[in-house]
Design a protein around this ligand. Structure first.
Ligand code: 5AD
Length: 468
């Protein structure tokens, strides 16, 4: 009765929320299983950013509802952004839902499941759908549970919730609510606990991380609250690498640029959403920066860290995007040279200003533009990866690769994936790896030294020669 399968759609924030829900459920005595066929309860943690993501979750729920025919006690829940976005209207489409939980109520999931389980055990009538979509003060502080049995070399840490921007295409301000931040102390404590459990890399998560603490925490020595936070995390012993996602170009100021010079753990990769290379479209998107300003940030970062890696988000086919606008995006995309990008075809989100705009772009045009950018991206990514052949890179070993016996997977500081042969005991080590080969997405390397600089963990472990 207590086996839960939790499926996550969408972004890293959703993944992190799901991890926290899983940890809370385990603590409450539920077991988390790896497949829906083994489960008594399936919870879908959903995404609302594009229609496709919503349709997938709706289709999945409809499919799962069939399980109820054989097992009336089977429980289905929808959590997160789509629950918040669509609300009880979802019940018209999905009458078999048992649970609908919004983005500020993840921490209530164990209580709600207990309640549902109790009434099923009591053999009462199948309870009505339990709906919990309210806002809750302080809910940003509730996403901190991790599963202590599951050691994560690289972990996400949620530093804030919500978004106060009003990009005209985006549903997130509706699904995630107003911006709320956790305290620096609280976040550092979580990072310390992670470090103690073996985590070596943290990725700080927020909708717009560089607006972290803007209203609550004063600037100090010209440094924004976000930079103060990274400085504090940089002090945590055992943590070797820091990343964050996503910043907004608007608040990407000198203090953050200099953090890359001053904080050795801050990795030389930044995910900086561009959305469009046309100033006209940026304006229509209500993104308050220009391509010139974006270029300036990239140049300033490269001046400090010449081999900086960049990734981005782009939307193609925003309403009113002409061939000329797209050419500007294409040319700018090529000029900056992103190593990684999420390229989205614009998706109409009911309730957002862009949904009402004229000149919606036909699907086929969006598809073509998507392909053009994907090709530029593949060329650039391959070239940048190939340039590393013959060099020695610091790789954080995360664990066994998905494919291949004795093969490990890790990442460079620039966030490029590396596979190499070695002993699984190397998980958590920063190893020196000589790059031998490269594809668009992956580097293949050979371990040359089991410690790159100082070893991050368990210095007492001796790695056998065959692993090297
Ligand atoms: N259509 C397509 N992509 C979108 N994104 C947000 N809203 C939409 C939409 N309506 C993309 C943006 C954002 C990323 C998380 O999702 O590029 O940065």
């Amino acid at each position: 009765m207590n086996r839960v399968y939790l499926k996550t759609y969408g972004c890293q924030m959703n993944e992190r929320d799901s991890e926290a829900v899983a940890a809370m459920l385990r603590k409450r005595g539920y077991s988390i299983v790896g497949h829906e066929n083994e489960a008594d309860v399936v919870l879908l943690n959903t995404c609302a950013v594009r229609d496709q993501a919503e349709q997938k979750a709706i289709g999945k729920t409809g499919y799962l509802a069939k399980n109820k025919r054989n097992n009336p006690d089977f429980v289905i829940g929808i959590l997160g952004c789509m629950a918040q976005n669509r609300g009880t209207e979802l019940l018209d489409r999905l009458p078999d839902l048992d649970l609908l939980v919004g983005t500020q109520k993840f921490h209530r999931v164990p209580d709600h499941l207990d309640h549902i389980m109790a009434s099923l055990k009591g053999r009462g009538p199948h309870p009505q759908t339990l709906v919990d979509l309210d806002e809750e003060d302080g809910s940003q502080n509730t996403i901190r549970a991790h599963n202590p049995e599951e050691r994560r070399i690289s972990a996400f840490v949620s530093i804030m919730q919500g978004c106060n921007m009003s990009c005209t295409f985006c549903i997130v301000p509706k699904t995630r609510g107003r911006e709320r931040c956790r305290s620096i102390r609280d976040i550092v404590e979580e990072v310390e606990e992670l470090a103690a459990s073996g985590t070596r890399e943290v990725t700080l998560l927020g909708q717009i991380v560089n607006s972290y603490g803007r209203r609550e925490i004063p600037f100090r020595n010209g440094k924004s609250p976000f930079v103060q936070l990274i400085e504090a995390v940089n002090e945590v012993k055992g943590i070797e690498r820091i990343r964050f996602t996503s910043p907004h170009p608007r608040g990407f100021k000198q203090d953050l640029i200099e953090a890359y010079r001053d904080l050795p753990k801050l990795c030389e990769h930044v995910h900086l959403p561009l959305q469009s290379g046309s100033n006209k479209i940026l304006k229509a998107m209500n993104r308050p920066y220009s391509r010139e300003r974006y270029r300036q940030i990239v140049e300033d970062l490269r001046a400090i860290v010449p081999d900086m890696y960049f990734s981005t988000d782009i939307i193609v086919g925003f309403p009113g995007e002409t061939e000329g606008d797209f050419e500007l995006t294409q040319e700018f995309f090529q000029e900056i040279g992103f190593e990684m990008a999420y390229i989205f075809k614009y998706s109409v989100r009911t309730g957002t200003p862009a949904a009402e705009m004229d000149d919606q772009v036909p699907k086929t045009v969006k598809e073509e533009r998507n392909q053009v950018l994907l090709q530029i991206l593949a060329d650039r990514s391959l070239a940048r990866n190939r340039a590393l052949i013959g060099t020695t890179q610091e790789v954080l070993v995360e664990g066994p690769a998905r494919k291949g016996e004795g093969i490990l997977a890790g990442r460079t500081r620039g966030n490029r994936k590396v596979v190499l042969a070695g002993d699984p005991e190397l998980a958590g080590w920063l190893v020196a790896t000589r790059i031998e080969d490269a594809t668009v997405s992956t580097l293949r390397g050979i371990l040359v030294e089991k410690a790159f600089g100082k070893s991050p963990r368990c210095t007492s472990i001796m790695v056998s020669q065959d692993a090297l």
